[in-house]
Design a binder for this molecule. Structure first.
Ligand SMILES: C[S@@+](CC[C@H](N)C(=O)[O-])C[C@H]1O[C@@H](n2cnc3c(N)ncnc32)[C@H](O)[C@@H]1O
Length: 191
């Protein structure tokens, strides 16, 4: 059912969803792997979709840490609330992360785990999302986001890659996650 909602949302908003099927649990494992979980006090997930990464985040999250997810599609936000009732999910754009943090009494975020389809975002939207992220991510904070190898054929994907170097002091790439459709890798960035 959740996969059907994902595909339906992709068909009505392809540029917003950017993938025809949800990520695999192997990609989810690669997303959470690098985060310094014992130090984390506040974490935000961008674009949870059907909650594949949300489940892994909740599994790693220290009991006292604050967490919420921001999902633009109301249908997918409902799917995440269903599969992960302990997660707070806001139906909003990540451009408004600072206001959502303020409402949650979070001053600074230690880590952001991101499922946004950057390669289908126009440049002004990439900039708005990254600059809003800088308003909340603490110095030294961690940001992870995935990309499909096939998506690297798009100029917007390379533009996003260059922007990561502008916004972060350190940017690395994981090994390829072959057990994902299509194969992907994770950007690991430190502010
Ligand atoms: C590629 S899907 C990833 C879903 C999930 N994380 C996964 O890996 O299966 C991208 C998700 O980001 C959401 N999204 C796109 N733009 C957004 C925005 N500006 N703010 C919040 N969510 C957004 C879409 O609705 C979609 O659920």
């Amino acid at each position: 059912m959740s996969a059907a909602t994902f595909i339906k949302t992709f068909l009505s908003h392809p540029g917003q969803v950017g993938a025809i099927v949800p990520s695999s649990r192997y990609l989810a494992a690669e997303m959470v792997h690098w985060i310094e979980w014992p130090k984390v006090q506040a974490v935000v997930e961008y674009g949870p979709g059907t909650g594949v990464f949300t489940r892994s985040i909740l599994h790693c999250l220290p009991p006292e840490a604050k967490f919420f997810a921001i999902e633009r599609s109301p249908e997918l936000a409902a799917v995440v609330r269903d599969c992960c009732p302990q997660a707070k999910v806001f139906e909003d754009s990540v451009e408004n992360v600072a206001e959502l943090c303020r409402q949650q009494q979070i001053e600074q975020v230690d880590a952001v785990l991101c499922g946004l389809p950057w390669a289908s975002f126009p440049e002004p939207l990439q900039d708005r999302c990254l600059s809003a992220l800088m308003d909340v991510l603490r110095p030294g904070g961690q940001f992870v986001s995935f990309a499909y190898w096939q998506g690297m054929a798009l100029p917007a994907a390379w533009r996003f890659r260059r922007k990561l170097d502008e916004y972060f002091s350190d940017v690395h790439r994981s090994a390829t996650v072959w057990r994902n459709l299509p194969p992907a890798f994770v950007y690991r960035c430190r502010r």
